[in-house]
Design a protein around this ligand. Sequence first.
Ligand code: FE2
Length: 463
Amino acid sequence: MFVYFFLTGLVFTSILTESSATVRYQPEQIHLSFGEKERSIVITWSTGNKTDSIVKYGGGGQLLQTKAGSCSLFVDGGSKKASQYIHRVTLYYEEPDSLQPETKYYYHVGSDRGWSAIYWFMTPPENLNEWAPSIAIYGDMGNVNAQSLPRLQAETQAGNYDAIIHVGDFAYNMDDYDGEVGDEFMRQIETIAAYVPYMTTVGNHESAYNFSHYRARFSMPGPYENMMYSFNMGPIHFISFSTEYYYYLRYGFKMLVKQYEWLENDLKMANHPANRTIRPWIITLGHRPMYCSNKDDDDCTRIKNRLRYGITPLRLFALEDLFYKYSVDLEIWAHEHSYERLWPIYDYKVYNGSYDEPYTNPRAPVHIVVGSAGCQERVDSFNPLPSWSGFRSSDYGYSRVKVHNATHLNLQQVSDDLDGQVIDDWWLVKEMPRIKFPLADKLEEATKDTSQNHIRETVEINE
Ligand SMILES: [Fe+2]
Protein backbone atom coordinates (compact mmCIF):
# COMPACT_ATOMS: atom_id res chain seq x y z
CA MET A 1 0.00 0.00 0.00
CA PHE A 2 2.85 2.39 0.91
CA VAL A 3 4.55 1.72 -2.41
CA TYR A 4 1.26 2.43 -4.21
CA PHE A 5 0.84 5.85 -2.52
CA PHE A 6 4.51 6.68 -3.00
CA LEU A 7 4.38 5.92 -6.72
CA THR A 8 1.05 7.76 -7.18
CA GLY A 9 2.50 10.80 -5.39
CA LEU A 10 5.59 10.69 -7.54
CA VAL A 11 3.56 10.56 -10.77
CA PHE A 12 1.25 13.37 -9.56
CA THR A 13 4.21 15.59 -8.60
CA SER A 14 5.87 14.97 -11.90
CA ILE A 15 2.65 15.84 -13.80
CA LEU A 16 2.31 19.05 -11.79
CA THR A 17 5.93 20.03 -12.41
CA GLU A 18 5.67 19.28 -16.12
CA SER A 19 2.31 21.04 -16.36
CA SER A 20 3.44 24.25 -14.64
CA ALA A 21 6.65 24.27 -16.68
CA THR A 22 4.66 24.00 -19.90
CA VAL A 23 2.31 26.84 -18.99
CA ARG A 24 5.23 29.17 -18.30
CA TYR A 25 6.48 28.96 -21.88
CA GLN A 26 3.51 30.99 -23.11
CA PRO A 27 4.37 34.61 -24.12
CA GLU A 28 2.51 37.35 -22.24
CA GLN A 29 2.78 41.08 -21.40
CA ILE A 30 3.49 42.00 -25.03
CA HIS A 31 4.28 45.66 -25.63
CA LEU A 32 5.94 47.90 -28.20
CA SER A 33 8.32 50.85 -27.93
CA PHE A 34 10.47 52.98 -30.19
CA GLY A 35 14.08 51.77 -30.37
CA GLU A 36 17.49 53.42 -30.63
CA LYS A 37 17.14 54.27 -34.30
CA GLU A 38 14.31 56.58 -35.25
CA ARG A 39 11.15 54.63 -36.11
CA SER A 40 12.64 51.25 -35.17
CA ILE A 41 10.24 49.13 -33.14
CA VAL A 42 11.16 47.05 -30.09
CA ILE A 43 8.78 44.24 -29.20
CA THR A 44 9.02 43.12 -25.56
CA TRP A 45 7.31 40.21 -23.78
CA SER A 46 7.70 37.80 -20.89
CA THR A 47 7.76 34.07 -20.33
CA GLY A 48 8.15 32.16 -17.07
CA ASN A 49 10.71 29.76 -18.45
CA LYS A 50 13.50 30.45 -20.88
CA THR A 51 12.58 30.14 -24.54
CA ASP A 52 13.84 31.47 -27.84
CA SER A 53 12.83 35.08 -28.62
CA ILE A 54 11.18 35.18 -32.03
CA VAL A 55 8.85 37.59 -33.80
CA LYS A 56 7.04 36.51 -36.95
CA TYR A 57 5.64 39.46 -38.84
CA GLY A 58 4.58 40.78 -42.21
CA GLY A 59 2.36 43.16 -44.10
CA GLY A 60 -0.94 42.05 -45.63
CA GLY A 61 -1.75 39.67 -42.80
CA GLN A 62 0.88 37.06 -43.62
CA LEU A 63 3.65 36.44 -41.11
CA LEU A 64 6.36 35.67 -43.65
CA GLN A 65 9.28 37.48 -42.01
CA THR A 66 11.11 36.23 -38.92
CA LYS A 67 13.38 38.08 -36.51
CA ALA A 68 15.15 36.64 -33.49
CA GLY A 69 16.21 38.58 -30.42
CA SER A 70 17.34 37.77 -26.92
CA CYS A 71 16.02 37.53 -23.38
CA SER A 72 17.22 38.34 -19.90
CA LEU A 73 16.24 36.96 -16.52
CA PHE A 74 14.43 39.31 -14.14
CA VAL A 75 14.13 38.37 -10.48
CA ASP A 76 11.78 40.30 -8.21
CA GLY A 77 13.30 41.62 -4.99
CA GLY A 78 10.62 40.06 -2.73
CA SER A 79 11.01 37.01 -0.53
CA LYS A 80 9.61 34.64 -3.17
CA LYS A 81 12.28 35.72 -5.68
CA ALA A 82 9.73 35.32 -8.48
CA SER A 83 11.45 35.23 -11.84
CA GLN A 84 10.58 35.70 -15.49
CA TYR A 85 12.41 36.00 -18.78
CA ILE A 86 11.96 39.29 -20.60
CA HIS A 87 12.39 39.01 -24.37
CA ARG A 88 13.27 41.78 -26.80
CA VAL A 89 13.30 41.86 -30.59
CA THR A 90 13.97 45.04 -32.59
CA LEU A 91 12.68 45.60 -36.11
CA TYR A 92 14.43 48.07 -38.41
CA TYR A 93 13.73 49.65 -41.75
CA GLU A 94 16.96 48.39 -43.26
CA GLU A 95 17.63 44.91 -44.62
CA PRO A 96 17.05 42.21 -43.58
CA ASP A 97 14.08 43.42 -41.48
CA SER A 98 12.92 45.88 -44.13
CA LEU A 99 9.94 47.48 -42.47
CA GLN A 100 8.12 49.59 -45.02
CA PRO A 101 6.73 53.05 -44.22
CA GLU A 102 3.01 53.61 -43.77
CA THR A 103 2.26 49.90 -43.64
CA LYS A 104 0.15 47.83 -41.30
CA TYR A 105 2.22 44.97 -39.91
CA TYR A 106 0.77 41.92 -38.25
CA TYR A 107 2.92 39.97 -35.82
CA HIS A 108 3.05 37.39 -33.12
CA VAL A 109 5.79 36.59 -30.65
CA GLY A 110 7.12 33.52 -28.91
CA SER A 111 8.92 30.34 -29.91
CA ASP A 112 8.10 26.82 -31.01
CA ARG A 113 7.03 26.24 -27.39
CA GLY A 114 4.19 28.76 -27.65
CA TRP A 115 2.98 31.74 -29.67
CA SER A 116 1.00 34.80 -28.68
CA ALA A 117 -2.17 36.00 -30.36
CA ILE A 118 -1.66 38.07 -33.51
CA TYR A 119 -1.38 41.85 -33.06
CA TRP A 120 -0.66 44.68 -35.47
CA PHE A 121 1.06 48.06 -35.65
CA MET A 122 1.27 50.86 -38.22
CA THR A 123 4.58 52.29 -39.40
CA PRO A 124 4.98 56.08 -39.86
CA PRO A 125 5.16 57.73 -43.30
CA GLU A 126 8.44 57.78 -45.20
CA ASN A 127 8.85 61.53 -44.96
CA LEU A 128 8.99 62.11 -41.22
CA ASN A 129 8.70 65.87 -41.71
CA GLU A 130 5.17 65.28 -42.97
CA TRP A 131 4.18 63.09 -40.05
CA ALA A 132 1.51 64.68 -37.83
CA PRO A 133 1.48 62.21 -34.94
CA SER A 134 -1.41 61.71 -32.51
CA ILE A 135 -0.47 60.62 -29.03
CA ALA A 136 -2.45 59.72 -25.90
CA ILE A 137 -0.68 60.94 -22.76
CA TYR A 138 -1.45 60.32 -19.09
CA GLY A 139 0.07 59.36 -15.79
CA ASP A 140 -1.00 57.49 -12.70
CA MET A 141 -2.88 54.52 -14.10
CA GLY A 142 -2.93 51.38 -11.99
CA ASN A 143 -4.50 47.93 -12.00
CA VAL A 144 -7.35 48.89 -9.72
CA ASN A 145 -9.75 51.56 -11.01
CA ALA A 146 -7.94 52.05 -14.35
CA GLN A 147 -10.92 54.10 -15.38
CA SER A 148 -9.56 55.48 -18.67
CA LEU A 149 -8.40 52.12 -19.98
CA PRO A 150 -11.57 50.92 -21.80
CA ARG A 151 -11.77 54.17 -23.80
CA LEU A 152 -8.05 54.01 -24.56
CA GLN A 153 -8.45 50.39 -25.70
CA ALA A 154 -11.26 51.30 -28.10
CA GLU A 155 -9.45 54.36 -29.49
CA THR A 156 -6.08 52.64 -29.83
CA GLN A 157 -7.50 49.57 -31.56
CA ALA A 158 -9.48 51.88 -33.88
CA GLY A 159 -6.11 53.28 -35.00
CA ASN A 160 -6.50 56.75 -33.46
CA TYR A 161 -2.99 56.94 -31.95
CA ASP A 162 0.59 56.63 -33.14
CA ALA A 163 1.93 56.19 -29.61
CA ILE A 164 0.93 56.28 -25.96
CA ILE A 165 3.01 57.97 -23.27
CA HIS A 166 2.57 56.98 -19.62
CA VAL A 167 4.17 59.64 -17.43
CA GLY A 168 4.90 57.56 -14.34
CA ASP A 169 3.11 55.57 -11.63
CA PHE A 170 2.17 52.18 -12.99
CA ALA A 171 0.16 49.35 -11.43
CA TYR A 172 0.28 50.52 -7.77
CA ASN A 173 2.73 48.87 -7.43
CA MET A 174 4.54 46.65 -9.86
CA ASP A 175 6.51 44.98 -7.07
CA ASP A 176 3.45 44.14 -4.91
CA TYR A 177 2.68 40.46 -4.21
CA ASP A 178 6.11 39.40 -5.43
CA GLY A 179 5.62 41.21 -8.72
CA GLU A 180 2.23 39.66 -9.54
CA VAL A 181 0.63 43.12 -9.61
CA GLY A 182 3.22 44.23 -12.17
CA ASP A 183 2.54 41.13 -14.30
CA GLU A 184 -1.19 41.78 -14.17
CA PHE A 185 -0.68 45.43 -15.12
CA MET A 186 1.48 44.53 -18.10
CA ARG A 187 -1.16 42.00 -19.22
CA GLN A 188 -3.82 44.68 -18.80
CA ILE A 189 -2.03 47.27 -20.96
CA GLU A 190 -1.18 44.68 -23.63
CA THR A 191 -4.58 45.62 -25.09
CA ILE A 192 -3.10 49.02 -26.05
CA ALA A 193 0.67 48.60 -25.77
CA ALA A 194 0.83 45.71 -28.27
CA TYR A 195 -0.58 48.04 -30.99
CA VAL A 196 1.37 51.28 -30.57
CA PRO A 197 4.69 52.16 -28.92
CA TYR A 198 4.05 52.56 -25.18
CA MET A 199 6.65 55.11 -24.05
CA THR A 200 7.25 55.56 -20.35
CA THR A 201 8.56 57.86 -17.64
CA VAL A 202 9.41 56.67 -14.14
CA GLY A 203 7.29 57.68 -11.11
CA ASN A 204 7.49 57.35 -7.35
CA HIS A 205 5.37 54.18 -7.29
CA GLU A 206 8.19 52.40 -9.12
CA SER A 207 10.74 53.08 -6.39
CA ALA A 208 10.95 49.57 -4.88
CA TYR A 209 14.30 47.81 -5.18
CA ASN A 210 15.82 50.90 -6.80
CA PHE A 211 13.17 51.00 -9.56
CA SER A 212 14.12 47.48 -10.69
CA HIS A 213 10.68 46.54 -12.08
CA TYR A 214 10.47 49.71 -14.16
CA ARG A 215 14.05 49.34 -15.37
CA ALA A 216 13.57 45.68 -16.33
CA ARG A 217 10.09 45.58 -17.80
CA PHE A 218 10.24 48.41 -20.33
CA SER A 219 12.54 48.90 -23.33
CA MET A 220 13.15 52.57 -23.89
CA PRO A 221 16.06 53.79 -26.02
CA GLY A 222 19.39 54.89 -24.54
CA PRO A 223 21.82 53.38 -22.04
CA TYR A 224 20.08 54.39 -18.78
CA GLU A 225 17.56 51.56 -18.35
CA ASN A 226 14.50 53.69 -19.18
CA MET A 227 15.26 56.30 -16.49
CA MET A 228 16.27 59.06 -18.97
CA TYR A 229 16.13 59.01 -22.74
CA SER A 230 14.92 61.04 -25.67
CA PHE A 231 13.16 60.06 -28.87
CA ASN A 232 11.77 61.74 -31.95
CA MET A 233 8.34 61.53 -33.56
CA GLY A 234 8.19 63.56 -36.76
CA PRO A 235 8.45 67.23 -35.70
CA ILE A 236 8.73 66.42 -31.96
CA HIS A 237 11.76 65.79 -29.76
CA PHE A 238 10.56 64.14 -26.53
CA ILE A 239 12.78 64.09 -23.46
CA SER A 240 11.80 61.71 -20.65
CA PHE A 241 13.64 61.89 -17.34
CA SER A 242 13.43 60.85 -13.70
CA THR A 243 12.04 63.34 -11.21
CA GLU A 244 12.57 60.60 -8.66
CA TYR A 245 16.33 61.11 -8.56
CA TYR A 246 15.49 64.35 -6.70
CA TYR A 247 13.51 62.57 -4.02
CA TYR A 248 15.01 59.09 -3.55
CA LEU A 249 18.42 60.33 -2.53
CA ARG A 250 18.84 57.16 -0.48
CA TYR A 251 19.70 55.46 -3.77
CA GLY A 252 22.58 57.90 -4.20
CA PHE A 253 23.41 61.24 -5.72
CA LYS A 254 25.38 59.99 -8.70
CA MET A 255 22.49 59.50 -11.12
CA LEU A 256 21.06 62.91 -10.27
CA VAL A 257 24.36 64.51 -11.34
CA LYS A 258 24.53 62.31 -14.41
CA GLN A 259 20.98 63.12 -15.40
CA TYR A 260 21.46 66.88 -15.15
CA GLU A 261 24.51 66.65 -17.41
CA TRP A 262 22.62 64.38 -19.80
CA LEU A 263 19.61 66.71 -19.89
CA GLU A 264 21.71 69.76 -20.68
CA ASN A 265 23.60 67.91 -23.38
CA ASP A 266 20.41 66.54 -24.95
CA LEU A 267 18.78 69.99 -24.89
CA LYS A 268 21.88 71.53 -26.47
CA MET A 269 21.80 68.99 -29.28
CA ALA A 270 18.06 69.39 -29.79
CA ASN A 271 18.57 73.15 -30.00
CA HIS A 272 21.24 72.97 -32.66
CA PRO A 273 19.68 74.86 -35.57
CA ALA A 274 19.98 71.84 -37.86
CA ASN A 275 17.94 69.77 -35.40
CA ARG A 276 15.49 72.39 -34.18
CA THR A 277 14.56 73.20 -37.79
CA ILE A 278 13.54 69.60 -38.44
CA ARG A 279 12.10 68.94 -34.97
CA PRO A 280 11.02 72.31 -33.60
CA TRP A 281 8.83 70.91 -30.80
CA ILE A 282 10.72 70.08 -27.62
CA ILE A 283 8.47 68.38 -25.08
CA THR A 284 9.68 67.16 -21.69
CA LEU A 285 8.13 64.28 -19.73
CA GLY A 286 8.64 64.11 -15.97
CA HIS A 287 6.45 62.56 -13.29
CA ARG A 288 6.34 65.10 -10.43
CA PRO A 289 5.35 68.62 -11.48
CA MET A 290 7.15 71.88 -10.80
CA TYR A 291 3.80 73.63 -10.33
CA CYS A 292 0.39 72.46 -9.15
CA SER A 293 -2.53 73.99 -7.29
CA ASN A 294 -3.81 70.83 -5.63
CA LYS A 295 -5.10 70.71 -2.11
CA ASP A 296 -2.36 68.53 -0.70
CA ASP A 297 1.08 68.91 0.73
CA ASP A 298 3.01 67.75 -2.33
CA ASP A 299 6.28 69.45 -3.26
CA CYS A 300 4.74 71.10 -6.35
CA THR A 301 2.57 73.23 -4.05
CA ARG A 302 5.74 74.84 -2.66
CA ILE A 303 7.59 77.69 -4.35
CA LYS A 304 10.96 76.19 -3.50
CA ASN A 305 10.20 72.70 -4.76
CA ARG A 306 13.25 70.65 -5.63
CA LEU A 307 12.64 70.29 -9.34
CA ARG A 308 11.87 73.91 -10.07
CA TYR A 309 14.05 75.72 -7.60
CA GLY A 310 16.79 73.13 -7.17
CA ILE A 311 18.00 71.34 -4.09
CA THR A 312 18.59 73.92 -1.39
CA PRO A 313 20.61 75.73 -0.14
CA LEU A 314 22.76 75.82 -3.30
CA ARG A 315 19.90 75.40 -5.78
CA LEU A 316 21.50 72.29 -7.23
CA PHE A 317 20.14 70.87 -10.48
CA ALA A 318 17.25 73.34 -10.80
CA LEU A 319 15.22 72.42 -13.88
CA GLU A 320 13.06 75.47 -14.52
CA ASP A 321 16.02 77.61 -15.57
CA LEU A 322 17.44 74.79 -17.67
CA PHE A 323 14.23 74.17 -19.61
CA TYR A 324 13.61 77.89 -20.04
CA LYS A 325 17.14 78.49 -21.30
CA TYR A 326 16.73 75.87 -24.03
CA SER A 327 13.26 77.05 -25.07
CA VAL A 328 11.30 73.93 -24.15
CA ASP A 329 7.82 74.33 -25.63
CA LEU A 330 5.73 72.04 -23.45
CA GLU A 331 6.41 70.34 -20.11
CA ILE A 332 4.14 67.39 -19.30
CA TRP A 333 3.84 66.12 -15.74
CA ALA A 334 1.58 63.79 -13.71
CA HIS A 335 1.65 62.62 -10.04
CA GLU A 336 -1.26 64.88 -9.05
CA HIS A 337 -4.45 62.93 -9.79
CA SER A 338 -6.05 65.70 -11.80
CA TYR A 339 -5.62 67.73 -14.99
CA GLU A 340 -4.19 71.24 -14.91
CA ARG A 341 -3.15 73.60 -17.74
CA LEU A 342 -0.97 76.51 -16.74
CA TRP A 343 -0.55 79.81 -18.48
CA PRO A 344 2.96 80.10 -19.96
CA ILE A 345 5.09 80.49 -16.85
CA TYR A 346 8.58 81.17 -15.60
CA ASP A 347 9.50 81.78 -11.98
CA TYR A 348 5.87 82.12 -10.96
CA LYS A 349 5.24 84.91 -13.48
CA VAL A 350 2.87 84.51 -16.40
CA TYR A 351 4.29 85.21 -19.87
CA ASN A 352 1.33 84.89 -22.21
CA GLY A 353 1.85 85.52 -25.92
CA SER A 354 -0.86 88.19 -25.74
CA TYR A 355 -4.01 88.84 -23.76
CA ASP A 356 -6.26 87.42 -26.50
CA GLU A 357 -3.98 84.59 -27.58
CA PRO A 358 -2.00 83.44 -24.55
CA TYR A 359 -0.62 80.34 -26.26
CA THR A 360 0.42 81.99 -29.54
CA ASN A 361 4.14 82.62 -29.27
CA PRO A 362 4.13 82.40 -25.48
CA ARG A 363 7.20 83.88 -23.81
CA ALA A 364 7.82 80.93 -21.49
CA PRO A 365 7.24 77.16 -21.46
CA VAL A 366 3.72 75.79 -20.99
CA HIS A 367 3.15 73.18 -18.26
CA ILE A 368 0.33 70.65 -18.05
CA VAL A 369 -0.35 68.02 -15.38
CA VAL A 370 -2.08 64.85 -16.62
CA GLY A 371 -2.15 62.41 -13.68
CA SER A 372 -5.81 61.43 -13.69
CA ALA A 373 -5.97 58.26 -15.83
CA GLY A 374 -7.30 56.24 -12.90
CA CYS A 375 -5.87 54.48 -9.89
CA GLN A 376 -6.86 53.20 -6.49
CA GLU A 377 -5.87 56.45 -4.77
CA ARG A 378 -8.73 58.39 -6.41
CA VAL A 379 -8.53 62.01 -7.60
CA ASP A 380 -7.02 65.11 -5.99
CA SER A 381 -8.94 68.31 -5.29
CA PHE A 382 -7.68 71.90 -5.59
CA ASN A 383 -6.81 74.98 -3.59
CA PRO A 384 -8.32 78.33 -4.69
CA LEU A 385 -7.36 79.12 -8.31
CA PRO A 386 -3.95 80.81 -8.54
CA SER A 387 -3.31 83.50 -11.19
CA TRP A 388 -1.01 81.19 -13.17
CA SER A 389 -3.49 78.32 -13.62
CA GLY A 390 -5.57 78.41 -16.81
CA PHE A 391 -7.86 75.38 -16.45
CA ARG A 392 -8.14 72.41 -14.13
CA SER A 393 -10.36 69.41 -13.55
CA SER A 394 -10.49 66.49 -11.15
CA ASP A 395 -12.31 64.24 -13.64
CA TYR A 396 -10.66 60.99 -14.55
CA GLY A 397 -9.27 61.17 -18.06
CA TYR A 398 -6.28 61.56 -20.35
CA SER A 399 -4.81 63.95 -22.91
CA ARG A 400 -4.70 63.75 -26.67
CA VAL A 401 -1.79 65.59 -28.26
CA LYS A 402 -1.74 66.11 -32.01
CA VAL A 403 1.18 67.92 -33.56
CA HIS A 404 -0.14 69.12 -36.90
CA ASN A 405 3.10 70.66 -38.16
CA ALA A 406 6.09 72.73 -37.07
CA THR A 407 3.93 75.56 -35.76
CA HIS A 408 0.65 74.10 -34.50
CA LEU A 409 0.06 71.67 -31.64
CA ASN A 410 -3.43 70.78 -30.40
CA LEU A 411 -4.12 69.36 -26.96
CA GLN A 412 -7.45 67.95 -25.80
CA GLN A 413 -8.31 66.75 -22.32
CA VAL A 414 -10.81 63.88 -22.34
CA SER A 415 -13.07 63.38 -19.32
CA ASP A 416 -13.90 59.78 -18.72
CA ASP A 417 -16.38 60.82 -16.04
CA LEU A 418 -18.28 62.73 -18.76
CA ASP A 419 -18.32 59.75 -21.11
CA GLY A 420 -15.42 60.89 -23.29
CA GLN A 421 -16.34 64.57 -23.53
CA VAL A 422 -13.46 66.90 -24.40
CA ILE A 423 -13.32 69.36 -21.49
CA ASP A 424 -10.29 71.36 -22.61
CA ASP A 425 -9.24 71.98 -26.20
CA TRP A 426 -6.45 74.43 -26.96
CA TRP A 427 -3.70 75.19 -29.46
CA LEU A 428 -0.07 75.97 -28.83
CA VAL A 429 1.17 78.05 -31.77
CA LYS A 430 4.86 78.82 -32.18
CA GLU A 431 6.55 80.65 -35.01
CA MET A 432 9.40 79.28 -37.08
CA PRO A 433 12.28 79.45 -36.61
CA ARG A 434 11.91 79.12 -32.87
CA ILE A 435 13.16 82.13 -30.95
CA LYS A 436 14.66 82.15 -27.48
CA PHE A 437 12.52 83.21 -24.57
CA PRO A 438 13.16 86.88 -23.71
CA LEU A 439 15.25 86.31 -20.57
CA ALA A 440 17.27 83.37 -21.88
CA ASP A 441 20.43 85.30 -22.76
CA LYS A 442 20.45 87.06 -19.43
CA LEU A 443 19.96 83.76 -17.64
CA GLU A 444 22.73 82.16 -19.65
CA GLU A 445 25.10 84.97 -18.74
CA ALA A 446 24.17 84.79 -15.07
CA THR A 447 24.71 81.03 -14.84
CA LYS A 448 27.71 80.72 -17.17
CA ASP A 449 30.37 80.68 -14.47
CA THR A 450 28.59 78.09 -12.39
CA SER A 451 27.73 75.60 -15.09
CA GLN A 452 30.53 73.27 -14.09
CA ASN A 453 29.29 72.65 -10.58
CA HIS A 454 25.60 72.98 -11.45
CA ILE A 455 25.04 75.70 -8.90
CA ARG A 456 22.30 78.06 -9.90
CA GLU A 457 22.64 81.27 -7.96
CA THR A 458 19.50 83.28 -7.49
CA VAL A 459 19.30 85.38 -10.62
CA GLU A 460 17.80 88.81 -10.34
CA ILE A 461 16.22 89.53 -13.69
CA ASN A 462 14.40 92.73 -14.39
CA GLU A 463 12.09 92.74 -17.37
FE1 FE2 B 1 3.26 59.81 -8.29
